[in-house]
Design a protein around this ligand. Structure first.
Ligand code: SF4
Length: 450
């Protein structure tokens, strides 16, 4: 995983930027280093004469071999934070409350079904944000995010997902706290941070013209952050693969140190690395808190090139399990075959063989089926991956009230039930969750989201 081309923004000489360039040069001395300007024409060398109908595929394929190094900018829509935003899920889909932690964009692996092609359609080149390790910046964002989310749940309770409206509510509160709290924040419990700044927060809330924040103002004296039980994930593998570039960045070392303090744990922060790599070298050397989770995706290579064999990934995850990390295994997205349950029972068998499934640190197994946002399917998958597009068109539909193309609901329920029964019989006691499915599908499969 050493790129052939690096595009680097002018003036980027942080310790992280230098480390990445040095390590890439050591791993691939032939790397071409080019200046990069945000929004400028591409750094890719796509062969001239590429037929029009293959241009989009060629761009995607070539993008995987390149890497951009740039600063992550503040995002006004996320309350002015750079690296964090509230992950949103909508309608009846079950999804725990969590933050996306953007250390990178995109990924050098080539999974044709990757949903990131939808959100980053025009930015297909993997990108590392070289200011993420800047002193105190991410710590401040995490503290603000935790305080805002706890204020939200103590005001509104917790539903099966947060939805657009409540996502915006938390972002607005983050915006207010971001402007009100000091520029430097230490790693202290959020109760203390709240108490130390309560006068300023009160003033800011009463001066705010945002009606949606009035319930916070009314509740200000009732908030209690001292014995928190709600936990919120900070997922650094939502729009990227969390560990695929860890040998270049050491981001895992930085993040594990940041999240492993007792203040972070007591405040309900859970750091999540979601990965298809087996790049676990740094994690194996770390002393970590019990609030670090690694979610390893375990799938056959259908429509996928790049990641190591899934047996290697399971074995790596098992080593981390023995080192006290919380582990979850993602069998997602499953692709419909002539006998889908049998196809994926084989994966369950391999998990059973290579994972200490009786370990209390095995958090759960997640099962999910292929789905596509409609714009991603029609705009990107259609142009880039003809075979996968054909599969989707033959087997998937979008029903009213759902924003995604999915396989038939009854078929999904039947497959989930078959696999759930198999996991229960082969690995009793292991919890199973569904990925991105509505409340009623959970219920029909025999699972509860609460
Ligand atoms: S490993 Fe994950 S992030 Fe990378 S291409 Fe595959 S699905 Fe996308």
């Amino acid at each position: 995983m050493f790129p052939e081309i690096i595009g680097i923004e002018a003036g980027q000489n942080s310790e992280l930027a230098t480390r990445i360039v040095d390590r890439v040069k050591a791993g691939n001395p032939e790397v071409a280093i080019k200046p990069y300007k945000f929004g400028s024409p591409t750094i890719l060398d796509i062969p001239t004469g590429t037929p029009k109908k293959s241009k989009d595929h060629a761009r995607w394929e070539n993008a995987k071999k390149a890497l951009i190094l740039r600063k992550k900018l503040e995002r006004p829509e996320s309350g002015g934070l750079r690296f964090l935003h509230v992950f949103v899920s909508v309608n009846n889909v079950v999804e725990s409350y969590q933050f996306t932690l953007s250390i990178e964009n995109e990924c050098p692996y080539s999974c044709q079904f990757c949903y990131i092609q939808g959100s980053l359609a025009e930015k297909p080149i993997p990108t590392i944000f070289i200011n993420v390790q800047d002193k105190g910046v991410l710590l401040r964002e995490v503290k603000i995010a935790l305080l805002a989310m706890h204020m939200h749940t103590q005001t509104h309770g917790i539903e099966h997902n947060i939805g657009w409206q409540q996502q915006s509510w938390v972002h607005k509160l983050i915006g207010l706290l971001n402007k009100t709290l000091p520029a430097e924040i230490k790693d202290i419990p959020i109760q203390q941070m709240f108490d130390d700044n309560k006068v300023d927060i009160t003033k800011a809330l009463s001066a705010s013209k945002l009606d949606i924040l009035k319930p916070v103002e009314e509740k200000l004296d009732d908030f209690d952050f001292s014995n928190l039980t709600d936990k919120f994930k900070f997922n650094c593998g939502e729009i990227n693969d969390a560990l695929v570039y860890d040998h270049l960045t050491d981001n895992s070392k930085f993040l594990v140190e940041l999240f492993s303090s007792s203040a972070m744990k007591d405040d309900g922060a859970v750091l999540l690395f979601r990965t298809k790599s087996a790049n676990f070298k740094n994690l194996k050397k770390m002393t970590h808190g019990e609030n670090v989770r690694v979610s390893s995706t375990v799938l056959p290579k259908t429509f996928v090139t790049g990641p190591p064999d899934y047996i290697e990934r399971i074995k790596g995850a098992n080593e981390l399990l023995a080192l006290g990390y919380q582990i979850s295994l993602n069998v997602d997205p499953m692709i419909l075959t002539a006998d889908t349950v049998s196809t994926y029972k084989k994966i369950i068998d391999d998990i059973k063989t290579h994972i200490d499934f009786k370990s209390p640190n095995l958090h759960h197994i997640i099962i999910g089926m292929l789905r596509f946002g409609s714009k991603n399917l029609d705009n990107n998958i259609r142009k880039r991956h003809v075979g996968l597009y054909g599969h989707a068109k033959r087997n998937m539909t979008k029903v009213k009230g759902d924003e995604k193309y999915r396989y038939d609901r009854d078929k999904r329920v039947e497959i989930y039930k078959g696999l759930l029964g198999y996991i229960n019989s082969e690995m009793p006691g292991v919890e199973v969750e569904l990925s991105t499915e509505p409340v009623d599908v959970w219920r029909d499969v025999g699972l509860s989201w609460e």
